[in-house]
Design a protein around this ligand. Structure first.
Ligand SMILES: [Zn+2]
Length: 256
């Protein structure tokens, strides 16, 4: 501060802000299915569940599968109740009175006070507490009361079993690094060697991949593949020369 009146003015402003009446209740967070992008899980609701609106999630061989935050927030409980009730559970505070619960976990991947975003792995599916087999017990609560769960604003099925496919933290683009072991890589107007060359990319260049599709088969640095990566409008490169970290298609990147 250069002059004293600045801080006086700031103090007056702060007082004015403090006196503004409380805002109306915040809109609910956009909750996502609490599993990684693309996974499908069977979610069961039943009226004799405790609490009634909780969802039990299962899929084949789910023991140890990652459980992710269904919305951004702050972890406010990481608790082990032993062989009763929730067993190992995590609670996330999403603000506005909204919380989510993730129970019967096998283990924890977060600690109290930690900020989490969509898709953050918070723990793993287990069968701790009062559970007879591996599953995720999941709840959404408002001001401490359990509420009927919503994913992307759509009400879950009450009552019954339904398959929910996660779009939690799905990315819309991928990335990779061109590796030709020397020369430039030809960019084509379409997904194949028969398409017109529209440019070239130097070895080692980092590229954004907007979508992937199947085209002519190419043998490159990473073996033989018919996958082509679209790196711009009318610009395709053979995935066999791109390090993406994945064999085959990159999860979450759309097909062209
Ligand atoms: Zn349950």
């Amino acid at each position: 501060m250069r002059r004293r009146w600045f801080s006086l003015a700031a103090a007056a402003l702060l007082a004015a802000i403090t006196l503004v009446p409380a805002a109306p209740a915040l809109a609910a967070p956009t909750f996502k299915v609490p599993f990684p992008c693309g996974q499908s899980w069977s979610g069961q609701t039943r009226s004799d569940h405790s609490p009634a609106y909780a969802i039990d999630f299962n899929r084949t061989d789910d023991l140890g599968d990652p459980v992710v935050a269904s919305a951004p927030g702050t972890v406010d409980r990481v608790t082990d109740l032993g062989g009763t009730s929730y067993g190992k559970y995590v609670r996330i505070d999403h603000g506005g009175g909204y919380t989510t619960y993730y129970a019967h976990l096998n283990g924890f991947n977060v600690s109290v006070g930690q900020s989490v975003g969509y898709g953050k792995v918070i723990g793993w599916v287990g069968s701790t507490g009062g559970s007879t087999g591996p599953h995720l017990h999941y709840e959404q609560r408002l001001n401490g009361n359990d509420i009927q769960a919503r994913f992307n604003g759509a009400l879950a099925l009450y009552w019954g079993t339904k398959t929910y496919t996660s779009d939690n933290n799905c990315s819309t683009t991928g990335s990779g690094t061109v590796n030709t072991a020397g020369g430039d890589l030809t960019v084509r107007s379409g997904p194949g060697t028969g398409y017109t060359a529209v440019g070239s990319i130097a070895d080692g260049t980092r590229v954004t991949i907007y979508c992937q599709t199947s085209g002519t088969s190419v043998t490159g640095t990473y073996g033989t593949s018919s996958i082509w990566d679209r790196i711009g409008s009318g610009r395709y490169i053979a995935d066999a020369y791109v390090y993406t970290g994945y064999d085959g298609y990159i999860p979450n990147v759309p097909r062209c």
